[in-house]
Design a protein around this ligand. Structure first.
Ligand code: USQ
Length: 412
């Protein structure tokens, strides 16, 4: 398959591009290096020393004998270049994997500028892609990385289904609009959204763009509602130091379990927000790349509704993860004031049958894999800037965030 990976230089995009290339697909990365630019803006950097993309691509060719193409395009702004790539009669893609969005909830909540950037960038990128596929007249399967956060994290006394919910409404008209006896009508709707940040809200907006283009233009679209990724290596990124994936530990881009693993490796008290009562869905990065491949191999038919998968393999409560790391690596746990506006406690039960039925064998939390990430953190500990660890982006002005008591100010 010819596959374009939008955002192919990022945390999910890079290992996905390598995995698909290794599986024999003809892959082209599109990126505008916005993620590297935000690192510079925040004065933060990946724990792991990521190489410039050109060097990564040469290294991949050296170890695999396969070339991954590259086009520098800002998908949210440079529509003509995107259309030229997708519309190419000879070399245009069979599928596009869309990761080209600002993906950090804390960054999206930092200030008006980052809120506006996140909305402009994410919704324009998605809409430009959909317009380009329609205008190209080509049959291109769009696979988008969405988020579990579109549903919110509550329960309605049922497991969260894969995208759609059947509801009963009481109707008092017949199909022609004439008054009729009250009767029950069944309808399938998108599961009600309840985003918890401006970033998550952009993925809700994406869902509606997808539903419209699948209906109106019969585009084939798969939306993957992904949980929190943990881990950093895949078999491909581990093949050569120059292929190493990025690893974020800072308060804006670092996600909870990977942050805790770095903190454990540094002897920094684990930054549990509030009571740590939030339950979230998780998936290991190796499963993420397999899920993308499965989604590409199982597209919807033209005219079908958007195919939605819950891309997660297990749920955990934040304080349980902290306690587990305390047990296996002696880490101290600190309860810091929660910078976010979120429920103190939540339960989360999720249906994830679609990927399991397609053959996904989940890589679940294990001491061995946790130690693997901690070892990576220890190996690059001298690159850590301790000042970047506390989460300082606040959801509302009344919130406070902070450095845990007893946090080291110097690296071990
Ligand atoms: N948390 C802590 N301590 C920390 C960091 C986070 O207690 O040091 C808590 C947060 O308050 C939150 C939970 O852990 O309750 C998850 O936070 P996170 O930063 O790991 O994840 P989140 O902001 O939800 O976003 C991440 C990715 C995003 C993806 C999402 C999937 O950045 O791109 O869409 O996970 S999900 O959460 O399932 O919606």
């Amino acid at each position: 398959m010819k596959i374009v990976v939008l955002g192919g230089d990022g945390f999910c995009g890079w290992p996905t591009a390598l995995h698909l290339s290794d599986a024999g697909h003809d892959v082209t990365i599109v990126d505008n290096f916005s993620r590297r630019a935000i690192d510079a803006e925040l004065g933060a950097s990946s724990l792991t020393p990521i190489r410039p993309l050109a060097e990564r691509l040469d290294a991949w060719e050296e170890v695999s004998g396969r070339r991954i193409g590259f086009a520098e395009i800002d998908v949210a702004r440079d529509y003509d270049a995107l259309l030229a790539l997708i519309g190419d009669e000879e070399n245009g893609p069979d599928a596009v994997v869309h990761f080209a969005e600002q993906r950090a909830a804390p960054y999206s909540m930092k200030n008006s500028r980052t809120k506006r950037y996140t909305v402009d960038n994410n919704t324009n990128a998605t809409h430009n892609l959909l317009c380009a596929v329609v205008e190209s007249g080509r049959d291109v399967h769009v696979v988008h990385l969405g988020t579990m956060g579109v549903y919110g994290y509550g329960t309605a006394g049922m497991k969260i289904p894969e995208g759609y919910l059947t509801v009963q409404v009481t109707a008092d008209e017949d199909a022609a609009g004439n008054p009729a006896e009250e009767h029950q009508v069944s309808q399938e709707i998108l599961y009600p959204s309840n985003p918890g940040s401006v970033y998550h809200m952009t993925k809700v907006l994406d869902q509606h763009l997808f539903a419209y283009y699948a209906k109106n233009d019969r585009l084939r679209i798969t939306d993957l509602h992904q949980g929190i990724i943990w881990g950093t290596h895949t078999p491909q990124t581990a093949r050569d130091e120059r292929l190493i994936n990025r690893f974020d530990y800072d308060g804006d881009y670092g996600t909870v379990l990977n942050r805790f693993l770095v903190q454990a490796a540094l002897g920094y008290p684990l930054t549990v927000h509030g009571t740590g009562g939030q339950t979230r869905a998780f998936i290991h990065i190796r499963d993420m790349v397999r899920c993308i491949e499965l989604a590409l191999a199982n597209p919807p038919e033209r005219g079908d509704r958007v195919k939605i998968f819950n891309q997660m393999t297990e749920t955990h409560r934040v304080r349980d993860l902290a306690e587990l790391l305390g047990r296996i690596s002696g880490a101290q746990v600190a309860h810091v004031p929660n910078p976010r506006n979120e429920s103190a406690e939540n339960e989360l039960h999720v249906v994830n049958d679609a990927f399991l039925e397609l053959g996904l064998k989940p890589t679940t939390l294990s001491d061995g894999l946790l130690h693997e990430v901690e070892d990576t953190a220890r190996r690059y500990a001298d690159r850590v800037d301790l000042d970047k660890i506390p989460a300082r982006s606040l959801w509302t002005r009344g919130n406070r965030a902070g450095v845990p008591e007893g946090a080291p100010t110097q690296r071990p």
